[in-house]
Design a protein around this ligand. Structure first.
Ligand SMILES: Nc1ncnc2c1ncn2[C@@H]1O[C@H](COP(=O)(O)OP(=O)(O)OP(=O)(O)O)[C@@H](O)[C@H]1O
Ligand SMILES: [Mg+2]
Length: 326
């Protein structure tokens, strides 16, 4: 990582491309933001009496309150209503050299903390400060660059924030792997919502009992149409409903690679932020540039440099990341 010039050029090019796209789209009069905040389709049922930022969709069961307890308005009722729970597979996380919630002093944790600190302010509305720009897609140009590694680490790190719920979505429906890092993960998930087999997000959203702010939407039951479903209007509706599911939340989507599948490019216009993972020495510069062009519809793109040769070193500095804002 000694020569920084090519990296800066790459970031600058990404910025130029995306801002050009934005200008073109503004000139054409179409507002990406307006599309992103579209109300979900009617099939994703809304709770009729809940405030909009409390529950994006109707919970399956009403919360049980011990008799005699006053009916207060809880700050985060939805987290307590989540019907299914599972546990982190901490051994598997350690084997994969990922972060674990019990070790917040690790070098890797600090690196993701720094990514989080840059990301969080961007998720807030500049005027109201509400977390409304909260859908983050993690992708890469090619397979195996570290998308799942980044999405899961970022989700765990974000969930350490007080009063912030994190929804990790396994959007890599063909090569799903998020469930490898949890014990007791259900078979149902995103695809069940996309096919309409399930109508309510709470029926398939699972809460992590080790990290109570962390909720996971696993990929769900796959069939031949799965990849197309990820690029469908219904997926945009699910994203929108997820982002309103909790009062303050960030949705992190582990997506497939841009150059191997068409779905991330289609999804890019429905997410607020995109993190492009770039594996050092594994991907050619023109691949990264091509991938950035493919997702230029997203209004905010950042790069995470992963797998630098530094990461193969034993402790104390096994990893190196750089995070570039647009
Ligand atoms: N910074 C890192 N340090 C250590 N191991 C890493 C790092 N980044 C990724 N890996 C390892 O590299 C492999 C590929 O990472 P990962 O599964 O996250 O990639 P991916 O982009 O999600 O792949 P796919 O396209 O197949 O979904 C995994 O074994 C992962 O544990
Ligand atoms: Mg993956």
């Amino acid at each position: 990582m000694s020569d920084t010039t090519p990296r800066l050029n790459l970031i600058q090019r990404a910025m130029q491309q995306a801002s050009l796209k934005r200008e073109q789209s503004a000139e054409a009069g179409d507002s990406v933001v307006a599309e992103e905040r579209r109300e979900p389709a009617m099939e994703l049922r809304e709770a009729p009496t809940a405030p909009p930022r409390d529950t994006g969709v109707e919970p399956r069961e009403a919360p049980k309150r011990p008799s005699g307890q006053a009916a207060a308005a809880p700050a985060r009722p939805a987290a307590q209503q989540a019907p299914q729970t599972m546990r982190l597979n901490v051994n598997r996380l350690r084997e994969a050299r990922m972060i674990t919630p019990d070790n917040r002093a690790s070098v890797t944790y600090n690196e993701f903390r720094s990514i989080k600190r840059k990301l969080l302010p961007q998720t807030r509305d500049p005027e109201t400060k509400a977390t409304t720009r909260n859908i983050v897609m993690v992708t890469s140009a090619l397979a195996g660059e570290g998308k799942t590694y980044t999405a899961l680490n970022l989700a765990i790190c974000l969930a350490a924030e007080r009063n912030l719920d994190v929804i990790l979505v396994d959007g890599d429906v063909v090569r799903s792997s998020i469930s490898d890092f949890f014990e007791g993960a259900p078979g149902e998930g995103l695809l069940d919502l996309l096919t309409g087999r399930r109508q309510q997000i709470d029926e398939v959203l699972t809460r992590c009992s080790d990290v109570p702010n962390l909720h996971v939407l696993f990929s769900g039951r796959r069939d031949d149409t799965s990849p197309e479903l990820l690029a469908s209007q219904r997926m945009a509706d699910v994203c929108s409903a997820l982002s309103r599911r909790f009062r303050e939340s960030v949705v992190v989507i582990d997506a497939p690679p841009v150059l191997a599948t068409a779905e991330p490019s289609a999804l890019a216009m429905h997410v607020h932020h995109l993190i492009m993972v770039v594996a050092a020495g594994q991907v050619a510069r023109h691949h990264v540039e091509e991938a950035l062009t493919g997702v230029a519809a997203c209004p905010s793109i950042s790069l995470v440099f992963n797998k630098s040769p530094e990461w193969q070193r034993p402790t104390p500095y096994p990893y190196y990341y750089n995070y570039a804002e647009k």
